[in-house]
Design a protein around this ligand. Sequence first.
Ligand code: HEC
Ligand code: HEC
Ligand code: HEC
Ligand code: HEC
Length: 339
Amino acid sequence: MKPANTVFTALVLGSILALGGCEMPPPAADQNGYRGQSMGSVANPRTLEMREAANRPPETQPAADPSGPRASTIYQNVRVLGDLSEGEFLRLMAQMTEWVAPAEASCGYCHNLENMADESKYQYRVARQMLIMTRSLNTDWKAHVGETGVTCYTCHRGNAQPQATFRTDPGPMGAGGFTASRQGQNFAARSVGSTSLPNDPFTRLLSYADQIRVNTASPLPAGNPRTIQDAEMTYGLMIHMSEGLGVNCTFCHNSRNFGEWADSPPQRAAAFHGIRMVRDINTRHVQPLAALLPAERLGPEGDIAKVFCTTCHQGQPKPMGGAPMLRDHPELGAPRPAP
Ligand code: HEC
Ligand code: HEC
Ligand code: HEC
Ligand code: HEC
């Protein structure tokens, strides 16, 4: 063998050995489309295990006695949970404390302990709106959350403020004048998978009018025009959705034709409802709460932290591996008649 060949062979062997060590254990590939479509999902089993460990559902207290007089007749100022028995009501208060309140604050995080009916703490008023929102998610949005449902824990995970949220981000500013705004572009932003797409793709999760499209419906400019911005924002949002759920694009699309619904797996329909649900959460429930929060709880742009896919999913296709949340907390579903 010529010396040049030996060097070449050594280089090839060396790089195979070096690169082979990059991901241990080797990524696993699953097929999720019809045979021959090559719709594979690639994942690293070690990452999946770590995510699973970080997404265990919380311990629940044993169910309470549903009989007896209703909370609406026992307490002075109950506006949402009036249909619960006393046992169910106090069990839920204890659970909410574990799910949301800092340990040292306990019930006093939301309540004036001298008078439990007092509404003076902003946390109390926010929590009441959160109860309304959670009930609405479990009843009006079954198309997305199914019978699995959500509790406060799905978003809060033991924190007063959910950790995975987004705020309006105008992006880094330019030098001024003509270059004043970069529209959040040409910086590698984490929110869009370290690409230089616009770094705030989430406005698509706030506005019903925004079109999540790349393809035009007609070749003529008059029919349904799509702009470059539509395409960039769509790809940015798609990267957020993939990361939020810890999946590849092929979890929801047949990459032969991303826009074609008939070729897409059913998960894409679930995601379609998820996008509308997140718009409803933010516009109807979360954004109006900005008026209740003290100024220091708002972001630099004066907006409240908002919900996106990662808030519930946290890197898993189903939040907490699909653990049934509503089953142990039917009081967070539709109001029920007294037994
Ligand atoms: C995350 C906020 C939050 C925490 C923590 C919390 N509560 Fe509440 N509590 C509320 C809200 C909101 C209401 C009103 C519910 C409604 O309108 O249906 C309420 C109502 C009550 C009432 C009815 C008072 C009345 O007469 O109107 C009692 C009693 C109560 N809570 C007890 C507790 C206890 C005991 C704890 C601690 C184990 C606790 N709460 C923790 C938010 C909270
Ligand atoms: C869909 C996700 C979601 C669910 C479900 C949810 N929350 Fe929230 N919650 C939020 C967001 C987002 C905020 C605003 C966070 C911020 O300002 O950083 C918030 C804020 C709060 C705050 C104010 C915290 C503070 O210190 O400013 C309280 C209290 C609260 N939630 C209680 C609850 C309770 C009780 C439940 C269940 C009945 C619940 N939340 C369910 C997303 C959620
Ligand atoms: C969790 C499911 C999901 C994942 C993962 C996902 N998408 Fe999407 N994608 C959708 C849905 C739903 C729509 C349509 C949104 C709507 O109409 O509101 C869409 C729309 C699109 C469109 C626009 C198609 C058209 O009609 O113009 C493109 C392009 C696209 N996705 C590409 C991607 C790429 C690239 C990835 C991976 C980075 C990806 N998607 C990951 C669900 C998903
Ligand atoms: C309020 C919490 C919450 C938010 C926010 C949320 N989801 Fe979900 N999602 C769920 C729950 C709960 C399930 C499980 C439903 C079930 O078991 O039927 C789910 C299931 C799904 C599935 C089906 C997964 C499968 O394996 O079949 C997809 C896809 C999905 N969500 C996409 C999204 C996308 C995309 C977003 C953001 C636009 C989003 N979700 C936001 C709670 C949420």
